[in-house]
Design a protein around this ligand. Structure first.
Ligand code: MN3
Length: 232
């Protein structure tokens, strides 16, 4: 369970308060490391298959970590920053480093978050209380929310992510980002994200992205999402 994790206010968040889990703010000064998956590779079966999880975590995520460390090798001050700040502030880097850090830092941030946003099949709970109220306030009901989320996931041409973020006008909003961009770069706070790169689903779902996203809803860690949502 992730509910015990302390959520920290990011100190350099600027105007808008940004809450991120402590596993995204703790940082080893020697560089970034691949976090352990919080469940077994086959924990999300039958919705997400074990082989996909193994390749996704051990190879894709590892590659983002390795390439990020390589890109920042000559910038120890950046290597020591929490990943969420690296991604939020990458435009302050020298121009030749911005793209590799945007892509690989985003990849590391997004996947570190993504693993926690899912839970073993049957263990993720369901939206309730304040979170459910916020979802209903922004999307009428759960079905309306899911429909809009799946539509955003399908509308992302090529690789990217669909996100549920704390909205400015409405309690919650859905946005999509290309490649490994994260809404934190635009000052938004994501509380749920779905990886719609083909590497996240192709082995089992091939070109059927909608089937993947609908199945993925079965392994969402709503307890974790509620934790993120509860932080003001
Ligand atoms: Mn991925």
């Amino acid at each position: 369970m992730l509910t015990r994790r302390e959520l920290l206010r990011s100190t350099a968040a600027g105007a808008s308060a940004l809450f991120v889990p402590s596993f995204l703010t703790a940082q080893d000064p020697k560089g970034f490391t691949l976090p352990k998956l919080p469940y077994a590779f086959d924990a999300l079966e039958p919705h997400i298959d074990a082989k996909t999880m193994e390749i996704h975590h051990d190879r894709h995520h590892q590659a983002y970590v390795d390439n990020l460390n390589k890109a920042l090798a000559k910038h120890p001050d950046w290597l020591a920053k929490p990943i969420v700040e690296v991604v939020r502030d990458y435009k302050k880097l020298p121009p030749d480093l911005q793209m590799p850090v945007r892509n690989n830092g985003g990849g590391h941030l997004n996947h570190t978050w993504f693993w926690q946003m899912m839970a073993k099949t049957g263990a993720g709970g369901a939206p309730k209380g304040e979170l459910l109220k916020a979802i209903e306030g922004s999307f009428s009901n759960m079905d309306g929310f899911k429909k809009e989320f799946v539509a955003a996931a399908l509308a992302q041409f090529g690789s990217g992510w669909a996100w549920l973020v704390k909205g400015k006008d409405k309690p919650l909003a859905i946005v999509k980002t290309a490649n490994q961009d994260n809404p934190v770069t635009e000052g938004m706070t994501p509380i749920l994200g779905c990886d719609v790169w083909e590497h996240a689903y192709y082995l089992k779902y091939q070109n059927k992205r909608a089937d993947y996203v609908n199945a993925w809803f079965n392994v969402v860690n709503w307890n974790f999402v509620a934790d993120l949502h509860a932080k003001k």
